[in-house]
Design a protein around this ligand. Sequence first.
Ligand code: PLP
Length: 394
Amino acid sequence: MSKTIYVDNAATTPVSERVLESMLPFFKEEYGNPSSIYSKGRQAKDALDEARQKVATALGCQPEEIFFTSCGTEADNWAVRGAAMHAAKKGKKHIITTSFEHHAILHTVAALEKQGFTATYISPNSEGLITVQDVASAIREDTGIVSIMYANNEIGTILPIAEIGKLCREKGIPFHTDAVQAIGNLPVNVVKDNIDMLSLSAHKINAAKGVGALYIKKGTVIDIFMEGGAQERTRRAGTENVAGIVGLGTAIEYAVGHLEERTAHKLALRDRYIDTVLSTISHSRLNGSRDKRLPGNTNISFEGVEGESLLLMLDMNGICASSGSACTSGSLDPSHVLMSIGLPHEIAHGSLRVTFGDQNTDEDVDAILDVLPKIIERLRSMSPLWEKIVAENR
Ligand code: PLP
């Protein structure tokens, strides 16, 4: 097969033509440093300001509340560590998060635990959801920050962020959300959603890798993350990735401005794929809620199948997908997200995440639906477990 079918858009997305066009001048003639006072520097500074305005408009906040970072991971690290360190000065050393966050959050919280903080990890239910009551029950006198993702990167479930934000606001606890998968896929508004801090990443919305942003609501005080310069109003030092940030501005303006038609497009692909797979391949199950789910996300487990082999065989057919989070590939442990919703190891291992993006077509879905059942059948025919699974279910 000659054409590559890329359906791993939760891992990253291709840079769109419009984003690339907007970035190119900043690699060529407009190469000034935004901190320089001559005109080339001012041009770059103007471009940063324009991108900051676009990000702010997309989130429903003020441009002064947007801080550019090197990625979503940095934004997550900064928000959680910065808020926790600030709260600790007032004796508040308890952190609330969930057990199925991205590792950018989980590893940051684990590092803080080693430094004397305590943490409560809320477990999602079997649908991959948590409730505002779960958060209410976890809150303590010494809770200094709550960090809960907007939507999960593996199973696509959407959490009740506006309600959780309202609760945290009432309790006076800073609330951060990792919205890396939500921005450009859901209608996010930091004011309506009662959010104090929000992380996003450019490469999930058809812009470049290595660019992110952290929204920090005016009045929310968190410790500085990177020292060494006056950039980002002295709160995040380092010469800005001007081209990357300009691309983020272009991408977020388009993604949010065309949310409705983009969502309808992905929903149609997603739903046809899920319905067909579940109805034609036996012993398959959808992981995560069917309704409260990102428009492009699918995550299906196939009993008697080993995820790595499935990915390799899909790859031989030109199909790029994922068996868990791409960020954790390299590890053969089952995904912490699938374990958190209670899947047994062997079923978690046979999961396939197919995530659709703007560029995918009906023909892509047809091509996957053509080869997937054959691959599953072949893998099951080679599996020592498969006969046992069938016999037990008879
Ligand atoms: N948070 C979530 C939910 C993600 O899905 C990812 C990336 O997959 C990140 C954070 C990290 O973003 P970045 O790749 O920009 O560091």
